[in-house]
Design a protein around this ligand. Structure first.
Ligand SMILES: CSC[C@H]1O[C@@H](n2cnc3c(O)ncnc32)[C@H](O)[C@@H]1O
Ligand SMILES: [Zn+2]
Length: 440
């Protein structure tokens, strides 16, 4: 008995050996990274280090794990289900009818499939808005990543009792699950958007949410169809409306921010609220081009998110980074806008800071959340500028190892925390049954 207790206090260590390490100042240097697996922190970055466990990183780039700042991961089950429509028609004609048939088990299966995809593309943390969220908690606990989760509230089109119950559920979830999965899970109160949640619910609940110290996350200014009703009904811009309702605070973060005017950019910068840019979703739904360079110049913290896999159609942040650079240049009509360093900053520190995670950099005493990218690939040759390669050339399938909180989640492309084969098979069956349920 005494021996067992003693052994549980023994330090275990992990070495990421011989890689090229991406440092917070965006320089790359050859180094070993020593991780204390008990605390989950990076202990030392240097040369000739040793540890009990090793991950080989020669000819590889060691980067901070990517943080997906906005997603709906169970929507992987709806990948390829309804493409090529604008947001309103896509939600109303296809997605909401399909989601209304989704069970807790379906969400659990979808979450595991999405987590597999994220771990396999180097993502170590994410924010998610969905329903049946306790199932997502369970999947995250097993997968070993970090997550900020919330129940997405929609009151529009519901009778008063159901609407109120939905809002209560979001607050109760946030209170109950904050700190779950040994502290890897945090929570937020999540109104779906400023037009799908009635102002009376914000008026009643935001003071309670603030009292409990819970952050708030919602879709904002995604399409013009979402901006117009606020302007018409309330005579003010959506982010002024958000500020008036007390949901534009430093701990809050909004998804999209596509149709923001100059005054709203300054407002959000002054408020200290973060924006999660979702370029692939914005392009696929033809929502518009978010003025990312202008927001960053104004001092807004900008992170990157995939949104759901049905508007993307994958969960790889490396793809998202390239999209952000390309779209950012077109939006600013300037090839120097949203350069490689900015893209990498957004997919690591930017998203991490928006979500209140302490990850996002490879630095001693910081969380050991990282990805190792195999550079021995034709499309990553020659290895002149690894920052450029990470932003413009690398793909999720180049990720060799993924580590979160000091634990190995994927080694040599084998996910150790989830059973890939059975999850993929189960997800295929679940998705087929979902589609047949909707069409019957
Ligand atoms: C109520 S849970 C979250 C809700 O959001 C829906 N959703 C997925 N992608 C988007 C998007 O780009 N804008 C707005 N809403 C979106 C998802 O289908 C869920 O119903
Ligand atoms: Zn979304």
């Amino acid at each position: 008995m005494i021996v067992l207790e003693y052994s549980s206090y023994l330090m275990t260590s992990l070495l990421i050996a011989g890689g090229r390490v991406l440092r917070p100042d965006m320089t790359v240097s050859q180094a070993d990274v020593l991780i204390d697996q008990d605390s989950g922190l990076i202990e030392k970055i240097g040369s000739d280090l040793t540890a009990e466990n090793t991950l080989q990183a020669s000819n590889s780039l060691v980067t901070p794990g990517f943080v997906n700042g906005h997603s709906h991961i169970p929507m992987v089950l709806l990948r390829g289900y309804a493409d090529d429509k604008p947001l309103d028609r896509w939600l109303e004609e296809d997605i909401w009818p399909a989601e209304s048939t989704m069970t807790a088990d379906d969400v659990h299966t979808g979450a595991k499939l999405g987590l597999l995809e994220m771990i396999k593309s180097g993502t170590t943390g994410f924010a998610d808005m969905y329903f049946h969220v306790p199932e997502i908690v369970d999947a995250v606990d097993q997968a070993g990543v970090r997550a900020l989760l919330g129940h997405g509230i929609v009151t529009a089109g519901k009778d008063a009792d159901k609407a109120l119950a939905d809002v209560e559920k979001s607050l109760e979830f946030a209170q109950k699950y904050d700190g779950a999965a040994e502290g890897r899970i945090s929570t937020a109160f999540m109104p779906h958007s400023l037009v799908t949640v009635g102002n009376e619910y914000l008026e009643e609940f935001v003071p309670r949410v603030r009292e409990a110290g819970i952050p708030i996350h919602y879709h904002a200014n995604e399409t013009l169809n979402e901006v117009r009703p606020i302007v018409n009904d309330h005579g003010i811009r959506p982010l002024d409306y958000a500020a008036n309702h007390g949901i534009l605070e430093p701990q809050d973060f909004v998804a999209h921010g596509v149709h923001v005017d100059e005054q709203e950019i300054n407002l959000i910068a002054e408020a200290g609220t973060s924006v999660i840019h979702c370029p692939a979703s914005n392009m696929k739904l033809a929502s518009g081009m978010a003025p990312i360079q202008r927001m960053r110049d104004a001092g807004v913290t900008v992170g990157l998110g995939t949104d759901g896999a049905a508007t993307n159609n994958d969960l790889s942040l490396l793809d998202e980074g390239r999209d952000a650079a390309m779209l950012g240049k077109i939006a600013a009509n300037d090839a120097s806008a949203v350069p490689a360093e900015t893209v990498i900053q957004m997919m690591t520190q930017g998203s991490a800071s928006a979500l209140g995670f302490h990850s996002g950099v490879i630095e001693e005493k910081e969380p050991a959340d990282l990805a190792v990218i195999d550079l021995e690939k034709p499309h990553l040759t020659p290895r002149n500028d690894l920052v450029s390669h990470l932003a413009y050339s690398a793909a999720g399938s180049d990720v060799k190892h993924t580590v979160c909180d000091g634990q190995i989640l994927m080694r040599d492309r084998e996910v150790l925390t989830l059973e890939e084969e059975s999850i993929v098979e189960q997800a295929q069956q679940t998705a087929s049954s979902l589609v047949s349920r909707v069409s019957s």
